[in-house]
Design a binder for this molecule. Structure first.
Ligand code: GDP
Ligand code: MG
Length: 484
């Protein structure tokens, strides 16, 4: 049973309480039975399910609940707490330290998602401002270095590896030494796997671990193997000092519930979960927030985290700069960077809001993100003068060899640079128009009149007439940034 179904079944069982006229032993039992069946179908270990049932029953002694207290709420809370216990190993997770070299080594079976996860984790930390790099110490699988290199290059993360060296221990040691000397804060070492737990795999893992002395050994676990997760996680823990676990492939896969509870049962803190093949499909794991989301209670904490990460709070400042200050390519750069982050994750942000789980919006974002990312690459090849010139398009028109230089640097066609420049110049005009609008003394303009003064594309960008109306009620600042 997929995770979303599990959540729905439990929620519906909990809701059945609200429909009951009196809460008695029978009602409690039948609700618990529904919850437990759903958990078993999701492949949660029968012992854990039994424990959950017993714990709820001993927490809720109906005849002892004083009158006036809400029995339904108390039962729902008890079930919620037990579900959290199921995925919470009760052990504090490892955290990296700023301005220090933090060496993270990922281990696991072949195909569990190590290389993907290393890249995702590197991208995660890099976005948070850590100086991050990747090392490929997998010489077992052909093409392993190319895979990591490709991921790292795409995400602009420095990497280390070798096509000729056959000893993973040598590569790992050299890579870590080099990145340490360059003061990298997060040094992630990807290792090789085998199809099953073999001595040779454990031996190699130990040697690499001894060579690089990792601060955190992360065991990467494929959720699709369900209950087998527990014995596998234990086997790895017995061999090396596994400090944390990342569970991958939790995107709608069958045995999610089983995997999470099985891993937690080994007392290994799950630090992240992988929810797709894309580098952005990666989330910090927090037991409470996870269960809340599973039950459709809305992952309020997760939502707050995401919003902080996207720096949505900064939007006012950005808009202010645009309206009151000079408008330069560098401003656009900032907006685009935020948009890429926003668009890359907005599907996930929406999923956290009850009722928006299956929105199509995230798909549309993909294409837009691609264009925006290309623009960022182009702007990366511009120099300070170009980024800060308030008449950037003019500067390029006067000296067309700049266009060629930037295109070459970014690895794009000159026409791509031209598209960005003309878009920028159009945006500048729009913003001039907006400035006048905002500063206009005539407060009696209605939305229709303003719309006539605007260029059609810009009207579209502010969210059409509806967006314009709400903008005129004073909410427009948001519209501008979010619809560019
Ligand atoms: P490794 O052998 O452990 O390094 O595994 P890889 O990183 O090469 O991943 C194996 C396959 O699993 C690849 O096709 C990945 O795209 C895929 N994969 C990894 N993580 C996830 C995930 O969270 N969700 C999904 N759907 N696929 C994943
Ligand atoms: Mg790999």
């Amino acid at each position: 049973m997929v995770l979303a179904d599990l959540g729905q079944k439990i929620t519906s069982a909990l809701r059945s309480l609200s429909n009951a006229i009196v809460i008695n032993e029978n009602v409690l039992n039948s609700m618990l039975k529904e919850v437990c069946t759903a958990l078993l179908e999701a492949d949660v270990n029968i012992k854990l399910v039994k424990r959950l049932r017993e714990n709820v029953k001993s927490a809720i002694v109906l005849e002892e609940i004083p009158p006036g207290l809400n029995k339904k709420k108390m039962i729902q809370c008890a079930v919620f707490n037990e579900l959290v216990q199921l995925v919470d190993p009760g052990v504090n997770a490892w955290n990296p330290t700023k301005r220090k070299n933090n060496v993270i080594m990922c281990v696991g079976l072949q195909g569990s998602g190590k290389t993907t996860t290393c890249s995702k984790m590197a991208y995660f930390y890099q976005r948070k401002g850590w100086k991050t790099c990747l090392i490929c110490a997998d010489t077992y699988r052909a093409g392993a270095f190319d895979q990591l290199k490709q991921n790292a290059t795409k995400a602009r993360i420095p990497f280390y590896g070798s096509y000729t060296e056959v000893d993973p221990v040598v590569i790992a040691r050299e890579g870590v030494e080099r990145f340490k000397s360059e003061n990298f804060e997060i040094i992630i070492v990807d290792t090789s796997g085998r199809h099953k737990q073999e001595e040779s795999l454990f031996e190699e893992m130990l040697q690499v671990s001894n060579a690089v002395q990792p601060d955190n050994i992360v065991y990467v676990m494929d959720a699709s193997i369900g209950q087998a997760c527990e014995s596998q996680a234990k086997a790895f823990k017995d061999k090396v000092d596994v400090a944390s676990v990342i569970v991958t492939k939790l995107d709608g896969h069958a045995k999610g519930g089983g995997a999470l509870s099985a891993v937690a049962a080994t007392k290994s803190p799950i630090i992240f979960i992988g929810t797709g093949e894309h580098i952005d499909d990666f989330e910090l794991f927090k037991s409470q927030a996870f269960v809340k989301r599973l039950l459709g209670m809305g992952d309020i904490e997760g939502l707050i985290d995401k919003c902080k990460e996207l720096k949505l709070d900064d939007k006012e400042e950005l808009v202010n700069n645009m309206i009151h200050g000079q408008f330069t390519m560098r401003d656009i750069y900032g907006v685009f960077e935020q948009n890429v982050k926003k668009m890359g994750t907005s599907g996930h942000v929406l999923q956290m809001i009850p009722g928006f789980g299956n929105s199509d919006l995230s798909k549309e974002n993909v294409q837009e993100t691609r264009w925006t990312k290309k623009c960022i690459t182009i702007m990366d090849s511009m120099n300070d003068q170009e980024l800060d010139d308030k008449d950037c398009s003019k500067l390029f028109n006067k000296q067309p060899n700049r266009i060629q230089r930037v295109a070459r640097g970014a690895g794009v066609a000159t026409s791509d640079v031209q598209v960005l420049l003309s878009w920028f110049s159009q945006m500048g005009k729009n913003i001039e128009g907006m400035k006048r609008l905002f500063m206009s003394k005539n407060k009696n303009l209605n939305a229709n009149q303003v719309a006539r003064m605007m260029r059609p594309r810009f009207l579209h960008q502010v969210g059409g007439m509806g967006g314009l109306q709400s903008m005129m009620r004073g909410n427009g600042k948001d519209m501008m940034v979010f619809n560019m």
